[in-house]
Design a protein around this ligand. Structure first.
Ligand code: ATP
Length: 393
């Protein structure tokens, strides 16, 4: 049983640089929480404060209700996994795994038993007599994780443990990790800059930007209901299309202008939430999977005309970049749909926008003032990809 709580944490380094301010979140018992954010956001600093390797300038860290803010790292009973380089090169795999247990003065039989269980789960039982230099990258990584798991710690802290692995191995480790977390029922705080890792492995994500918490939510909610422009554009691959939008009154309703093109807004979408004023500046966002390709000759509401700017074929899907109204809009299609359109750069083409799936952000603050309205909020995310034209109805 372990519950971690971070309250109003701030860190100013010597020299006056404030790396963190007002960081608050908790990790429930047996929960996997991911700290996600761009390089320099303050993820590792947060983890180091939790580990006790740095002291906070302000705020409190509690484990199971006890304030551990001033405790020494080893008194906190946390296990930290860095990358594979944290293994001792002059020790065998067995010795590397036994090291933290010997430090804790456990008996030999107990050490062997714990190592047996962990190495079986991590599938490295065959490698116990090897040295780190005799292992592959993935094997080294698993041993590094194993060294944390043998500890039976309160909370496991992981700092980008699989980011150095190649793409295929990373994909396998993501799956193994989920299984491990379930088997060990471990409370985990995991740092990553990779949204795919966080989206696929986290119970909840704490999104950090410039030393502040941007949003805390389960992966699907963060993707569907981003509270800020930063959250909307950081999560999702390919990234959300964002353009300057002017609000217009048209045909008894409201619309958005995208250059000379007009997008009629959905009445329910418009009416639900805080008032939107035509006098304020907004940014409109739409995910590439909520834009549909159309023939160059298409007419009707919410059709925007442009030309093919670039095409990326990804096997199971195709991304069209379309130059239109002074901007480039990305459209994510299935391969079947994408094949029906010319990939030739400069060819006239059009796209349709699903108006109820538009996000609207206040230009000045980046705050979300309208969320896309999904009729079926379940089951869209699959590596940040929804089927083309996914109007979930
Ligand atoms: P990355 O993904 O690149 O590791 P991060 O989100 O983990 O980034 P941190 O390592 O926490 O970022 O760093 C946050 C900020 O604090 C950065 O601007 C960094 O330069 C600064 N920083 C980190 N450690 C120190 C230090 N000891 N002294 C001064 N500034 C520091």
């Amino acid at each position: 049983m372990a519950e971690l709580r971070i309250e109003n944490l701030a860190k100013t380094f010597k020299g006056g640089f404030q790396a963190l301010s007002g960081i608050s979140f908790d990790v429930a018992d047996r929960e996997a929480v991911f700290l996600l954010g761009p390089s320099g956001a303050g993820k590792t600093t947060t983890l180091r404060l939790v580990a006790g390797l740095e002291l906070p300038s302000e705020g409190r860290i509690t484990i199971d209700g006890k304030d551990v803010s001033g405790w020494q790292p080893r008194e906190r009973n946390l296990a930290m996994v860095y990358d594979k380089h944290s293994l001792f090169p002059h020790m065998t795999v067995f010795e590397n795994l036994a090291y933290p247990l010997r430090n804790r003065k456990l008996k030999d039989a107990e050490i062997r038993s714990r190592i047996g269980t962990v190495t079986e789960t991590l599938q490295v039982s065959e490698l116990l007599e090897r040295y780190p230099s005799q292992l592959s990258g993935g094997q080294m990584q698993r041993v590094a994780i194993g060294r944390a798991l043998v500890r039976e710690a309160n909370v496991y802290l992981l700092d980008e443990p699989i980011s150095h692995l190649d793409a295929k191995l990373r994909a396998r480790m993501r799956v193994e990790f989920k299984r491990l977390q379930r088997d060990y029922r471990a409370t985990m705080l995991y740092v990553s800059h990779d949204q795919l890792e966080a989206m696929t492995m986290a119970d909840r994500i704490v999104l950090i930007n410039q030393g502040r918490v941007e949003q805390i939510a389960p992966p699907q909610e963060l993707f569907d209901r981003p509270e800020t422009l930063f959250a909307a554009t950081f999560v999702g691959e390919p990234s959300m299309n964002v353009f300057e939008a002017r609000l217009l009154q048209q045909d008894g309703g409201f619309g958005l202008s995208l250059g000379k093109s007009r997008i009629a807004l959905d009445r329910d979408w418009f009416a639900t939430g805080e008032p939107i004023s035509p006098d304020r500046a907004y940014l409109a966002g739409i995910r590439p999977q909520h834009v549909t390709l159309a023939d160059a000759g298409a007419t009707g509401v919410n059709v925007v005309h442009g030309t093919v700017f670039a095409v990326e074929t990804l096997g199971s899907r195709i991304i069209f970049d379309i130059e239109a109204e002074g901007t480039v809009v990305r459209v994510l299609t299935s391969t079947d749909t994408g094949r029906q359109y010319s990939h030739e750069i400069g060819t006239p083409i059009a796209f349709r926008v699903a108006p109820e799936l538009i996000y609207l952000f206040e230009a000045q603050t980046g705050r979300t003032v309208r969320q896309a309205q999904f009729t079926d909020p379940a089951g869209q995310l699959e590596n940040g990809f929804a089927p083309q034209g996914a109007r979930r109805q």
